[in-house]
Design a protein around this ligand. Structure first.
Ligand SMILES: *Cc1c(COP(=O)(O)O)cnc(C)c1O
Length: 500
C-alpha cells in the first residue's frame, strides 16, 4: 500500500479521524424514547430557574447507533495486541488467554475485600500461597513477596531488602553496579533506594565484561543488578563466574527477571547464583499490559534474604488453613493490601493450565521464533551481536541511514501502515539505530513470515523511495506527532463553543 493507492481514497475514514461526538448529531436526536409524561410539565427556563445551572448542559444529541459507532471507532483507533502482531522487545506483548480474564472475574475472586476476616478469604490466601510456591520453584529462590505492583517496584523493594541485609551484617554499603545494556528502570530504582550507580561497559559479545566488573567490585559495592538474558536478548555465558565474583566481595547479585519468558522451565536464576530477582507477571504470566497497569512484580529471594521480605506474607498454617505472617526483620509494607490480586489469579491460572512442560514449551517457542526472524533479517538489517539469541534480538538501522537517509524511526512508522506494531526502537542504547524485536511464542509462523516479508519490503522502499518512509504512517488516525509535546502538553479537552 502506498499513499496514493486507489484502494484507499484520500478521505476514506479507514481508521482516520472523524468528527467529535459533540460535532455530530442534531438537537432532535435521542438515544431513548422517554415514556409519556405523567407529572406536571415545566419549561426549561422554569427548571433552570430553580437550580444553580443557568444554561442547559452542552451534551451531544445523538442516536443510539451513533453512540455505538462512536465508541466502537474510539476502541479501534489505537493499536493493541488484538489488532495485529506486537513485537515490542523487552515488553513481551504476547497473547494472554481470555480464559484467565474469565477466571479472575469469578465472583469468588473479584468480590473479595482484603480486610475481610481471614477465615472468609481462605481461597484467596491459598491462591497467593500457591502462586508464591510456584514462583519459588520456577526461579529457584524460596522466599517470595507478591506485593510489588510492577517490575520497577520489585527492583526498588529488593534494593531496600539489600540495604536492610547489609545493615544487619554491620556493613552498609554505597554502590550498585549496573551494565550499560540495562533497562532504564534499573539505575532509577537503585538511585531512589539511595545507592550510587556504577555503570560498566558490555564486552564485544554484548555480555558483561568480566574484567570491567572485577575492576568495579570492592567492599563498597552492595550489589550487581543484571538482566539475564540481557536486553540484547543474549544469555550471559559467564553468568556463574559473574555471580561468584560478586559474592567474593560480599555483595549480592540481583537479576532483573523481566525476561523470564526466555527461560521458564529451562534454567533458574537461583541456580545461577542470584540472590534476588523480580518477575513481571504482566509480561511473562498472562496479564494484558501496555495501558499502564495494573501489573505485578513479585520478588523472589534466597533463604538468607527471606527474613527481610515485606509483609504481611500469606502463609500456610500448621492446621492446613491460611493466615498472614511477618518475618522478624521485615522491611515493612511496600503496597497496600496484598498487591494486585487480580493479576495473581491470572498468573496462577496460566501456570496451572500450562504446567511445567507447557511453560518450558512456551519459552522454547519464544526463543525459536526470535532466532528464526533474526536469521531471516540479518542479511538486510545488520545484527551487531551475531550470536544465538533468546526471546528477542536487536538489529541496527544504521545501513539504511547511511545508504538512503532513512532512520529506524521511519521504519517503525512505516510498519504501522502494514498493520504491525513497531518493535522497540533506540533501545538498548549501545546499538546504533537499534530495532529490538520480540516476536513471542504466540505469533503463528504465518504472521512471523509476514513480519519478515514486510521488513524486507520496507528496506526495498527505503532504497527506491526514501521520502515514502519519511512521510509514514499514512493509515493511522494521527500521523507523526511532536512526541515531546504530546507527552508534556496533551490536548485532550474539548470546549463547547458557548464556553469559548
Ligand atoms: C519491563 C521491564 C522492566 C520494568 O518493569 P515495569 O513493570 O514496567 O516496571 C525492567 N526491566 C526490564 C528488562 C524490562 O523489560
Amino acid at each position: 500500500m502506498t499513499a496514493s493507492d486507489a484502494r484507499f481514497p484520500k478521505d476514506a475514514p479507514v481508521r482516520g479521524p472523524r468528527a467529535l461526538i459533540f460535532e455530530t448529531g442534531s438537537p432532535e436526536s435521542r438515544c431513548v424514547e422517554a415514556p409519556v409524561l405523567d407529572v406536571p410539565e415545566i419549561s426549561l427556563d422554569e427548571a433552570l430557574a430553580g437550580g444553580v445551572r443557568t444554561q442547559p448542559p452542552a451534551l451531544p444529541h445523538v442516536t443510539e447507533v451513533e453512540i455505538a459507532r462512536h465508541y466502537h471507532h474510539l476502541a479501534t483507533m489505537n493499536f493493541g495486541v488484538d489488532s495485529g502482531p506486537y513485537p515490542l522487545g523487552s515488553c513481551t506483548m504476547k497473547y494472554n488467554p481470555r480464559l484467565n480474564e474469565d477466571v479472575c472475574r469469578l465472583e469468588g475472586f473479584a468480590g473479595l475485600h482484603p480486610y475481610q476476616p481471614l477465615e472468609t478469604i481462605q481461597g484467596g490466601l491459598g491462591l497467593m500461597v500457591g502462586l508464591a510456591d510456584t514462583l519459588a520453584e520456577i526461579t529457584g529462590l524460596p522466599g517470595v513477596t507478591l506485593q510489588p505492583a510492577a517490575g520497577a517496584h520489585g527492583e526498588f523493594t529488593a534494593m531496600m531488602m539489600f540495604r536492610a541485609y547489609h545493615t544487619a551484617m554491620g556493613d552498609p554499603r554505597k554502590r550498585v553496579v549496573i551494565p550499560d545494556a540495562a533497562h532504564g528502570t534499573n539505575p532509577a530504582s537503585v538511585h531512589m533506594a539511595g545507592y550510587e550507580v556504577t555503570t560498566i561497559a558490555s564486552d564485544a559479545n554484548g555480555a558483561v565484561d568480566l574484567e570491567a566488573l572485577k575492576a568495579a567490585l570492592d567492599t563498597d559495592v552492595a550489589a550487581l543488578m543484571l538482566t539475564n538474558p540481557n536486553t540484547l536478548g543474549l544469555f550471559d555465558p559467564n553468568i556463574v563466574a559473574i555471580t561468584e565474583a560478586v559474592h567474593a566481595v560480599g555483595a549480592l547479585a540481583y537479576c532483573d527477571g523481566a525476561n523470564m519468558n526466555a527461560i521458564m522451565g529451562k534454567t533458574r536464576p537461583g541456580d545461577m547464583g542470584f540472590d534476588a530477582m523480580h518477575i513481571n507477571l504482566h509480561k511473562t504470566f498472562s496479564t494484558p499490559h501496555g495501558g499502564g497497569g495494573p501489573g505485578a512484580g513479585p520478588v523472589c529471594v534466597t533463604a538468607a534474604l527471606a527474613p527481610f521480605l515485606p509483609g504481611p506474607l500469606p502463609v500456610r498454617l500448621d492446621d492446613g488453613t491460611y493466615g498472614l505472617g511477618w518475618t522478624d526483620r521485615s522491611i515493612g509494607r511496600v503496597r497496600s493490601s496484598f498487591g494486585n490480586f487480580g493479576v495473581f489469579v491470572r498468573a496462577y491460572a496460566y501456570v496451572l493450565a500450562l504446567g511445567g512442560d507447557g511453560l518450558r514449551a512456551a519459552s522454547e517457542q519464544a526463543v525459536l521464533s526470535a532466532n528464526y526472524m533474526k536469521e531471516k533479517l540479518k542479511g538486510t538489517y545488520p545484527l551487531p551481536y551475531d550470536r544465538p539469541c533468546m526471546h528477542e534480538f536487536v538489529l541496527s538501522g544504521s545501513r539504511l541511514r547511511k545508504e538512503h537517509g532513512v532512520h529506524t524511526l521511519d521504519v517503525a512508522k512505516r510498519l504501522l501502515d502494514y498493520g504491525i506494531h513497531p518493535p522497540t526502537i533506540y533501545f538498548p542504547l549501545i546499538v546504533d539505530e537499534s530495532i529490538m524485536f520480540e516476536p513471542t511464542e504466540t505469533e503463528s509462523l504465518e504472521d512471523i513470515d509476514r513480519m519478515i516479508e514486510v521488513m524486507l519490503t520496507i528496506a526495498a522502499e527505503a532504497a527506491s523511495d526514501p521520502d515514502l518512509l519519511h512521510g509514514a504512517p499514512y493509515s493511522t488516525p494521527v500521523r507523526r506527532l511532536d512526541e515531546a509535546r504530546a507527552v508534556k502538553q496533551p490536548d485532550l479537552r474539548w470546549r463547547p463553543s458557548s464556553a469559548e
